[in-house]
Ligand binder design. Structure first.
Ligand SMILES: Nc1ncnc2c1ncn2[C@@H]1O[C@H](COP(=O)(O)OP(=O)(O)OP(=O)(O)O)[C@@H](O)[C@H]1O
Length: 671
């Protein structure tokens, strides 16, 4: 930390135009790609010239207009209408100024000159006041558009991500696009609308000033454009310098993000201390921050030089314009009053032009990121299964109707490979579950148990084979129908950052509006589920009972142990009034007593449900009606405990290993 930082020559930004390929900071192998996604468009931006911008800008503005229109027609119309009207009054006051100046520069005595100027002066004052009012109104309508646009784009994204086929979320390309759309893409939506309106506003102001000049004298119009060139040049050059800088900082910014996350997140706090990692992390952060500071200061210096050059050139151009104006005045080509108005119009036009260049630059940049968002949403919507859409939106030839309960669930020759995986996870699995049975899936890690359970729960569609509830294949019914009839206690469950009550009742008649519990008495079925899972003991220890927020990041929030969280997850599964209960390693974090109670409950069919049980605790599957043993995605053994032990295969091996671990002291373990 103490050594002096030396700014590496090779990372200096040489200028706006990338004559050489821009150098990137050294990559950080193995680190997340978040920042790369964030800056995904930088390279494209560095290679973009004014011609490309001009060619593509209309499409960007059209896209922004469609978005604003869908967000709020009224506010869009008001914004555009008021801006156009304000432009009209800009031209009007400029022209009215000629009347004032003509009266003031006449040869009459001063009092009568002032008197003559008064009507035009009143017109100027009225036009200026009206223009200000119109601009304020346009600003208000534009400010109202922002949150409406944000809501629209966020809803579209989250509606798609919560409905896409689960395989989409296993697809790394899809996840990359999602990150980009969710981060920079979402942010760009209100900005692209805002800059599109700014482009319009500045263009209208510019046209008003140019039109006025054209009316005053045709030669004045090209003079205005002459003063605009240096400003436009400086602005585009400066923006491209910024893009190059961002590009060169990708690696460093990424490292800084990761380091800052490690230093502030409470998940890492204990390890940061116990492994005395503080000086290391701070040192690394300081190194990255110093480098970034040097790059940014270097660019700031260059940008200042460009700005000064632009201003100097603009000064020269403006001087040339005024000289030309003087010559025209001298030669009698324009009267003095017109020359006075021309000066005003040139100044107004210059300001609008500077705003126009700025807005065009930014509108184009944000448009690129917004394009990422739009194409991601379209791709995600393609990946929503037709069956998941309401019948009216997606009429299918033959929609099945799932029975409310079932007599049999049959899995026939099911095969499945995760997207991008080399090997199939299931290679032709068949099994059946009758109503009221407890059926167990066992097998070593990675044998395909969870995958099979997910297919049976309607979360994935098999690549081959099918799953039927009685005669109805799951792929012919709306997935929601399946999910409503299945309760899953998953191996990896979510610690919902909500109240204890919501953690149990989640998704069951809860529309997310946060309606509190019924105060005097809790829902009896929730209490029963909590009792059955041992979650009632967890809640008793919480300061506000079922109303306690289970998230330490919020004031008054509580944190639970791993086993306590699992009890809540089990309660959530029991609470759902579903005929099929899938328990995937439901006891991994439970203490011995809670585990025993849970398995007892499952053994007695958990209140008449049919249970599919996945567990490595083989002592608990002895009572299952049937046990399927999986290996490498295939069922290799099937039968009840006694039959499988007698067979002497994989099940018998695994069971004997566990039983031996408990030794002869456990009379039950011998089977
Ligand atoms: N989302 C995924 N994407 C790609 N491959 C996956 C995914 N989930 C699981 N797999 C692979 O599928 C195979 C079966 O995994 P699965 O989770 O079904 O096994 P399991 O029998 O439940 O294992 P465990 O006993 O460890 O829970 C494994 O090889 C695993 O690597």
């Amino acid at each position: 930390m103490g050594t002096r930082w030396r700014f590496p020559r090779r990372f200096r930004i040489r200028g706006a135009a990338p004559r050489r390929r821009p150098r990137e900071a050294p990559p950080d192998p193995g680190l997340p790609e978040v920042i790369l996604n964030w800056h995904a468009r930088d390279k494209e931006l560095t290679e973009t010239g004014m011609r490309t911008i001009a060619r593509r800008l209309p499409a960007v503005i059209a896209q922004a207009s469609r978005l604003a229109w869908r967000a709020s027609r009224t506010d869009t119309l008001v914004t555009v209408g008021l801006n156009l009207a304000a432009g009209f009054f800009t031209a009007f006051w400029l022209l009215a100024t000629t009347g004032v100046l003509t009266a003031l520069f006449s040869s009459a005595p001063t009092p009568s000159r002032v008197r003559d100027a008064l009507p035009s002066l009143a017109l100027v004052a009225g036009a200026v006041a009206l223009r200000a009012a119109l601009q304020a109104g346009a600003g208000w309508a534009q400010a109202r558009l922002d949150p409406q646009v944000e809501r629209l784009v966020e809803l579209r994204l989250y509606e798609a991500t919560t409905a896409v086929d689960l395989t989409a979320l296993d697809d790394s390309d899809f996840l990359d696009d999602l990150k980009r759309a969710q981060g920079r893409g979402l942010m760009s939506a209100p900005m692209v609308v805002q800059y599109a309106v700014d482009v319009l506003t500045a263009a209208v102001g510019m046209i008003a000033a140019a039109g006025t000049l054209g009316v005053l004298h045709p030669v004045l119009l090209p003079l205005l454009l002459l003063t605009a060139v240096p400003e436009g040049w400086a602005s585009v050059r400066s923006a491209r310098m910024r893009y190059l800088m961002l590009l060169s900082l990708v690696g460093v910014t990424r490292r800084k993000w990761i380091l800052s996350d490690l230093m502030v997140d409470r998940r890492h706090a204990a390890e940061v201390r116990s492994f005395t990692m503080r000086p290391f992390l701070l040192g690394q952060y300081d190194r990255a921050a110093s480098y970034q500071r040097h790059v940014e200061l270097d660019v700031a210096r260059r940008q200042t030089i460009v700005k000064i050059t632009g201003d100097l050139l603009k000064g020269v151009a403006t001087a040339l314009v005024y000289i030309a104006l003087g010559v025209m005045l001298w030669k009698g080509a324009v009267p003095l009053a017109v020359a006075g108005t021309a000066v005003l119009a040139i100044r107004t036009g210059q300001t609008s032009l500077a705003n126009l260049v700025f807005a065009v630059n930014h509108c184009y940049e944000e448009g690129l990121y917004f394009g990422d968002y739009v194409s991601f949403c379209a791709a995600a919507e393609e990946r929503i299964p037709l069956r998941a859409l309401p019948a009216a939106a997606a009429p299918m030839e033959k929609r099945g109707r799932l029975p409310d309960d079932f007599a049999d669930i049959v899995v026939e020759d099911v095969a499945f490979t995760y997207p991008g995986a080399d090997d199939p996870s299931l290679r032709g699995v068949s099994l059946h579950v009758r109503k009221g049975e407890v059926v167990a899936l066992v097998g070593e890690n990675g044998s395909g148990k969870t995958t099979l359970a997910k297919i049976m729960a309607g979360l994935y569609d098999p690549d081959a084979g099918r799953v039927r509830w009685d005669d109805v294949p799951l792929t012919t019914v709306a997935p929601q129908d399946v999910w409503e009839r299945v309760a899953v206690i998953a191996q990896e469950y979510t610690h919902w950052p909500m109240t204890a009550r919501q953690n149990v009742t989640m998704g069951h008649g809860d529309d997310g509006t946060g309606a509190p519990g019924n105060g005097d008495g809790e829902d009896p079925s929730m209490l029963a589920a909590a009792r059955a899972s041992g979650a009632d003991e967890v809640v008793e220890g919480l300061a506000r009972g079922y109303d306690t927020l289970l998230d330490r990041r919020f004031k008054g929030g509580a944190e639970l142990s791993g086993g306590q969280w699992q009890r809540l997850a089990v309660a959530r599964g029991f609470f759902r009034d579903a005929p099929l209960l899938i328990c995937d390693e439901p006891t991994a974090a439970l203490d011995a007593r809670a585990e025993h109670n849970l398995f007892e409950r499952i053994r007695t069919h958990a209140d008449g449900r049919t249970v599919l049980l996945i567990t490595h605790r083989l002592a608990s599957v002895r009572y299952a009606d049937r046990i399927y043993v999986l290996e490498h995605g295939l069922v290799i053994e099937e039968g009840d405990h006694a039959a499988l032990m007698a067979r002497g295969g994989l099940y018998a091996d695994l069971y004997s290993l566990q039983a031996a671990a408990y030794g002869a002291e456990d009379p039950q373990a011998a089977g």
